[in-house]
Design a protein around this ligand. Structure first.
Ligand code: UFG
Length: 327
């Protein structure tokens, strides 16, 4: 298939581009390189462009004539979204609208959309299924709910189909060592812990120890980025085969607390890095664990890296590779 990948130079996007390239797809990556890197695009052509630039986007779509779009380009940090909500609504909602309008204009009818577990807020039942109420606790999650709703309405009004993949906590790196997380400002727990182990930060803060969980810290379902990449390849086949719009959770179905992740990071690195307990971070949900039965049954997804230490080890190897590089 011919596929336009927005945000394909970013952390998750680049792993998906690699997987799609291996699966034989013809790719065009559209990325403004605000957080992504040109070296991370291992397959297809890279066009440096912003989703706000509808003229360029329309030219690209009209010339390349893709069968589908995979839409990663978005801001993703929960805490930042609480501080700067307009930034999130502008990029995640308004720019998504641009993309959808350009797709409709060019007769492109299929999209895989990056959604998030943050759409659920604090779910009543864990593991959470796709039918749980959507009650996001922060502007980031709310912006992703809006994206999903816009696509749902569009699919009722026009010949248009989507799969929204709700990612839980994506972590780890390409096992071949070619790709990994390379944000200039790391905020995610595993990356932050490993950078602390490397001495880049004085200490790791644990945000909140008074949550209603067994050890008082938040629980998350950490999924290896290559298993998530495979979910995209399969979701694309699903969309092509069935033409059905769907929403699917992407996680393993069990979680780890912040303290458990910290202990695992110390074990994998062999470094007893400093840790401090601080107050809660705004917008955090106590526990998010996926029921991924739908993804498994509809697409045949069978994860290969459901192992926290493997996840951390691949991320650690990547961190070491980043040392001494210009990234
Ligand atoms: N945490 C710390 N210290 C840190 C960083 C994080 O204690 O230095 C805690 C957070 O408070 C949270 C947990 O570790 O309880 C995980 O935090 P992350 O920042 O790694 O990830 P989030 O759960 O906030 O968000 C991520 C993605 C979202 C996605 C969500 C789904 O960034 O896009 O997972 O669960 F929606």
């Amino acid at each position: 298939m011919k596929i336009v990948v927005t945000g394909g130079a970013g952390y998750i996007g680049s792993h998906v581009v690699k997987a799609l390239g291996k699966a034989g797809h013809d790719l065009l990556v559209y990325d403004n390189l605000s957080t992504g890197h040109s070296w991370a695009v291992l397959s297809g052509e890279l066009v440096r462009g912003d989703l706000a630039d509808k003229i360029l986007l329309n030219d690209v779509m009209g010339n390349f004539r893709p069968d589908a779009v995979i839409h990663f380009a978005a801001f993703i940090q929960v805490e930042e979204s609480v501080r700067e909500p307009l930034k999130y609504y502008r990029n995640n909602v308004s720019n998504t609208l641009n993309l959808l309008e350009v797709m409709v204009h060019n007769g492109v009818r299929n999209i895989i959309y990056s959604s998030t577990a943050a759409v659920y807020g604090t779910p009543e039942k864990i593991p959470v299924t796709e039918t749980a109420p959507l009650e996001p606790l922060n502007p980031y999650g709310a912006s992703k709910v809006m994206g999903e709703k816009i696509m749902a309405h569009l699919s009722e009004a026009a010949d248009f189909r989507y799969v929204a993949l709700r990612y839980f906590n994506v972590a780890g790196a390409d096992h071949e060592g070619e790709l990994g997380q390379a944000y200039r400002e790391a905020t995610h727990l595993i990356t932050r812990a490993l950078k602390t182990a490397h001495g880049e930060f004085d200490r790791l803060s644990i945000f909140g120890t008074d949550y209603p969980t067994p050890d008082g810290t938040c629980i998350r379902d950490y999924i290896h980025v290559e298993d998530l990449a495979q979910a995209h390849v399969l979701a694309l086949h699903y969309l092509e085969k069935t033409g059905h719009s769907e929403v699917m959770n992407c996680g393993y179905g069990h979680g780890y607390s912040v303290r458990e992740v910290v202990e695992a990071a110390k074990k994998v690195t062999g470094i007893d890095f400093p840790v401090e307990e601080t107050c809660r971070r705004a917008g955090d949900s106590p526990a998010l664990i996926a029921d991924s039965g739908k993804l498994r049954s509809l697409t045949g997804w069978a994860p290969r890296h459901d192992d926290l230490e493997f996840i951390i080890r691949t991320a650690w190897e990547w961190e070491q590779k980043l040392r001494g590089s210009e990234i």
